[in-house]
Design a protein around this ligand. Sequence first.
Ligand code: DUT
Length: 163
Amino acid sequence: MALPGIYAAASLLTSIVPDQIQPAGIDLRIGEIHVFQEHGFLGVRGRKIPTSKPLEPEGDKWLLKPGYYKIVFMDAIAIPSNAVGMCFPRSSLLRMGVMLGCAVWDPGYRGRGEALLIVGNPHGVEIEVGARVAQLVFIRVYPQLGERYSGIYQGERLAGEKI
Ligand SMILES: O=c1ccn([C@H]2C[C@H](O)[C@@H](COP(=O)(O)OP(=O)(O)OP(=O)(O)O)O2)c(=O)[nH]1
């Protein structure tokens, strides 16, 4: 069962803008775009997330050349313990040759998440700060065993919001 946006909106820790509410789930806005500065490492146990540098927007938008970027969402989220978030790119992004790599948001996760932006259009793309780029669809977890996310990303990038 997918939650309608008006219910899913309760998971946002930041104030919602009306366009974010979708028939199924909510849209997430883009807050930062980073370029990678070194390689990553994924081992059997350990990992090293590469450092990255935020790109300054020109005025209120980024002019992106083809390539791979990390993005940080503007919205902070608290996934309820009885739901899982499935994150998808907005189709408008795909229609302009841009892909968003976005994964599963676990029950109980709180934070301001990250994703991968792939600009495939050889002419590049312009993205405005705060544009909606992803749709988070909330699926009810049943039966609910009470397991919640407790990994290293718990509470990431929360500032004024309650952890
Ligand atoms: O595209 C995504 C998908 C998930 N998350 C957040 C929510 C999720 O609960 C958390 C961890 O995601 P995941 O479990 O996929 O990451 P992992 O690499 O397996 O980390 P861990 O070992 O902490 O589970 O990161 C994002 O920020 N972006």
